[in-house]
Write a protein that binds this ligand. Structure first.
Ligand code: AHR
Length: 491
């Protein structure tokens, strides 16, 4: 048993936790959209306009705040006009990034916007800079957001949508240093300036424009972009960082089979997110001292070798308690950096990489990662407060702190989220809560042996349970079992 002391000072309010930190990502990749979120109107699987009802409900339950689409790498070869109008006459293309499969464009702008309406989340559109044109992106914005009287708004009406949609988040390209065009930062930033000039605010809609930011530790990319944004009304730059257990792209490791050394290596690699955000933020601080440009971690999560027997281009992987710890650590990191980090999108929502949900025919499984988002959801829109822990370093080769934590206040209620990252030891927590009158505490826990997952035969093997904690004279005591994620609600 490890003993850890914590101190929370509710009067030390640090930053607002933007709900979008709890965002997600859905790409035309493998079975994320087709045979995942979207099954089509004629499917025997219960759906609304082709979108699975059980997925809509699951997304609503975790208050999913924002969904990024259509990619990823797919975004920079997506031509939005292929995905509007009569479905039967939509153009069929090959998805060259992901498995070379045929894409019939039956899920396009109207279907994506409908999905967001049904879930009640903000849409986040990733525009095509790599293989598109300025006119194409400009017209897409016009099509979606201009009320009437223009060629694109009339086309939208003709396709059955009278009113424009609200579109806040617009990404100008994706990974333009890689699959989005292999551009140099100097070249991309000029392209960004040009493209964004023609993406206008119509009919009361206000775009939150996001430039393509760095991959992982490419600090020079961040510096060049920040230095050259000019007077564009940029509200965010992205950051992509994936957790790869071995650190090697050619052999990333299995989602389900790993030893304790690889477990600690995975958590250590995921905690690197903290250093990345800190260092990119330091660069951003130099150019944007007032924090007007957010860092949007719009792709993150664990990336393993695909499940045996599945299409290597589909990136399908299982999800265990290791992923739950990874999710909890990252969400606590994002909360703690919420002054600069205003959005994050886990890759990806359904059937791809570190998913919330896995499907097989009509069956649906909520992964341990899904349950972590459920446990953390009350942080959305809260105020981050000071939260310190004495902590202890664990692991033999890769050393990591045992406890991951953050705390926030909203509507007079405190939410504390904790992860015991040890897979061997329990942790006895004693947390002194100052500056907050409180008399009761309740908690929920997600825990299990680190390899445990939910699957189609046992969809609820891992799910949150009620959990007893003690609150006496402002001191919260809890015993966290190994490999556990806990949320404590204090009133
Ligand atoms: O999420 C899978 C891929 O990872 C995305 O398409 C791309 O942006 C990133 O490299």
């Amino acid at each position: 048993m490890k003993k850890i002391s914590m101190l929370i000072n509710a009067q030390d309010r640090i930053s607002h936790i933007s709900p979008e930190i709890y965002g997600h990502f859905s790409e035309h990749l493998g079975r994320c959209i087709y045979n995942g979120i979207y099954v089509g109107e004629d499917s025997p699987i219960p759906n609304t306009d082709g979108i699975r009802n059980d997925i809509i409900e699951a997304f609503k339950k975790i208050k999913l705040p924002v969904l990024r689409w259509p990619g990823g790498c797919f975004a920079d070869e997506y031509h939005w006009k292929d995905g509007i109008g009569e479905k039967a006459s939509r153009k069929k293309i090959i998805n060259t990034n992901w498995g070379g499969v045929s894409e019939d464009n039956s899920f396009g702008t109207h279907e994506f916007m409908r999905l967001c309406e049904l879930v009640g989340c903000e849409p986040y559109i990733s525009g095509n800079v790599g293989s598109g044109t300025v006119q194409e992106l400009s017209e897409w914005v016009e099509y979606m957001t201009l009320e009437g009287g223009s060629p694109m708004s009339e086309l939208r009406r003709k396709n059955g949508r009278e009113k424009p949609w609200k579109l806040r988040y617009l990404g100008i390209g994706n990974e333009n240093w890689g699959c989005g065009g292999n551009m140099r930062a100097e070249y991309y930033v000029d392209e960004y300036r040009r493209y964004q000039s023609f993406c206008k605010n119509y009919s009361g809609n206000e775009l939150f424009k996001i430039a393509c930011g760095p991959s992982s530790d490419d600090y020079s990319w961040t510096d060049t972009i920040m230095k050259n944004l000019g007077s564009c009304q940029t509200r965010g730059i992205s950051l992509h960082y994936y957790t790869i257990p071995t650190g090697e792209w050619s052999k990333k490791g299995s989602a389900r089979e790993f030893d304790s050394e690889l477990y600690y290596s995975t958590i250590s690699k995921t905690l690197y997110m903290d250093e990345l955000i800190t260092r990119h933020s330091e660069i951003m601080n130099r150019y944007d001292p007032k924090n007007e440009i957010g860092l949007m971690v719009d792709e993150w999560g664990c990336w393993y070798d695909v499940e045996e027997g599945t299409n290597p281009g589909f990136l399908y992987q299982q999800n265990t308690m290791r992923d739950a710890i990874v999710a909890a650590c990252n969400l606590n990191i994002f909360n703690r950096h919420s002054r600069r980090v205003v959005m994050a999108n886990l890759a990806q929502a359904v059937n791809v990489l570190q998913s919330l949900i896995l499907t097989e025919g009509e069956k649906l499984v909520k992964t341990p990662t899904y349950h972590v988002f459920d446990l953390f959801k009350e942080h959305q829109d809260g105020e981050l407060v000071y939260c310190f822990s004495t902590n202890e370093m664990i692991g033999e080769k890769d050393r990591i702190p045992l406890l991951s934590s953050s705390a926030s206040l909203k509507d007079g209620v405190m939410t504390i989220t904790l992860a015991n990252c040890s897979i061997e030891d329990s942790a006895e927590i004693s947390c002194d809560i100052r500056g907050f009158e409180c008399s009761e505490a309740s908690a929920r826990i997600l825990t299990g042996e680190v390899h445990t997952c939910n699957d189609f035969d046992a969809p609820d093997r891992i799910s949150p349970d009620e959990y007893a904690v003690k609150l006496e004279n402002g001191v919260l005591s809890a015993e966290l079992p190994p490999c556990s994620v806990v949320t404590v609600t204090v009133r």
